[in-house]
Design a protein around this ligand. Structure first.
Ligand code: XMP
Length: 324
């Protein structure tokens, strides 16, 4: 297992850091080509910018539409990067992901499915077809820490788990942000010219909305949590509350509710909003009750089948921030 040194914000010499990573990428890739997947999160966006600074046209950037992203995300990210002069191609892989999710209920199996489909089926095939031997990836220090500690298997950890990507998948993974935690990644992103809506974006997990569904991940259940996510992000935006991240979670249990005077055995949405500096420990955001009430009204009126809304008041630990 690789021993890593963290580069803390206080020690970060941003321009030097960027120059060093750019050189490392250029030296590794040489005359070859590399590819990377952009999800629109802070980490993959920063990697896209570093990669393009290093390789220009020799880096092919793809947005993998896995069917579990938020509303309108693929088109939004592609157009945003177009403005930055970076061409991004969308690859529709929804069918592959939903086929892999079929029948899976266990959290780790769902995470494993995301990793497997991504690397073996979709991205692995892309790398092979493109003849790229290098894959740029936005793994950060915290991902490694939590995976090695056995808390959760982050989707983008391979080498730290002793998985040889060269042998197993046929390509080498380059991880230019692996020594940084999120605050440092944001600083690097700003220096690379990303707009604030990206470099200051609340984190969103690799397994995307699948990390917010208890039980089976189906297109129908994703549509429910996606709609709920839009409402939660509109009603308690982190820019207003000062939270690190807020989210909607779809429960597996049905609960008794009533609609139009009749019993309705319906769905339950859990809302979480987290205050934290580093995502290692966190506490729930103190949101005015009237805001929570208004959000509950919208969730029950606008998301088909939802009869109940709860707000999580647990700390991390023992909770984790995501539910899966
Ligand atoms: P947890 O749920 O572990 O989340 O308390 C801590 C932070 O990490 C994000 N997260 C992930 N990010 N891949 C990612 O890239 C993942 O598998 C993953 N799981 C959690 C989560 O959104 C939170 O900010």
């Amino acid at each position: 297992m690789t021993q890593l040194a963290e580069v803390k914000v206080e020690a970060l010499k941003t321009q030097e850091f960027i120059a060093e990573r750019v050189k490392e990428i250029q030296d590794a890739v040489g005359d070859g080509i590399a590819i990377n997947a952009l999800s629109g999160g802070v980490d993959s966006s920063v990697v896209t910018m570093i990669g393009h600074a290093a390789l220009g046209e020799k880096l092919k950037t793809y947005f993998i539409d896995n069917g579990i992203m938020r509303e309108g995300e693929p088109a939004r990210i592609v157009s945003l990067f177009k403005k930055l002069g970076v061409k991004v191609e969308i690859l529709d892989a929804q069918k592959e992901f939903f086929t892999a999710f079929k029948g899976l209920r266990d959290p780790e199996k769902k995470r494993h499915a995301v990793t497997d489909v991504f690397y073996k089926k979709v991205f692995g095939k892309l790398v092979k077809d493109s003849k790229a031997h290098f894959l740029l990836q936005g793994t950060i220090y915290t991902d490694v820490e939590e995976t090695v500690a056995g808390i959760k298997r982050q989707h983008n950890i391979l080498a730290q788990l002793g998985i040889d990507t060269k042998k197993q998948y046929g390509y080498t993974v380059l991880e230019p942000l692996i020594n940084l935690r999120k605050p440092a990644v944001r600083i690097v992103g700003e220096a690379l010219g990303l707009p604030e809506e990206i470099f200051n974006r609340p984190p969103f997990p690799g397994p995307a909305l699948a990390a917010r569904i208890i039980g089976e991940v189906t297109p129908e259940r994703v549509a429910i949590v996606r709609k709920a996510t839009t409402i939660v992000e509109e009603e308690i935006p982190v820019s207003d509350t000062g939270a690190f991240q807020c989210m909607a979670i779809l429960h597996d249990d049905r609960v008794t509710g009533m609609r139009d005077g009749k019993r309705d055995y319906g769905l339950q949405i859990e809302v979480r909003s987290w205050n934290t500096a580093d995502a290692v420990t966190a506490s729930p955001t103190n949101i005015p009750f009237s805001k929570l009430e208004h959000m509950a009204e919208r969730l029950t009126n606008e998301v088909p089948g939802v009869v109940n809304v709860v707000y999580n008041i647990t700390k991390k630990p023992p909770s984790t921030m995501e539910v899966v």
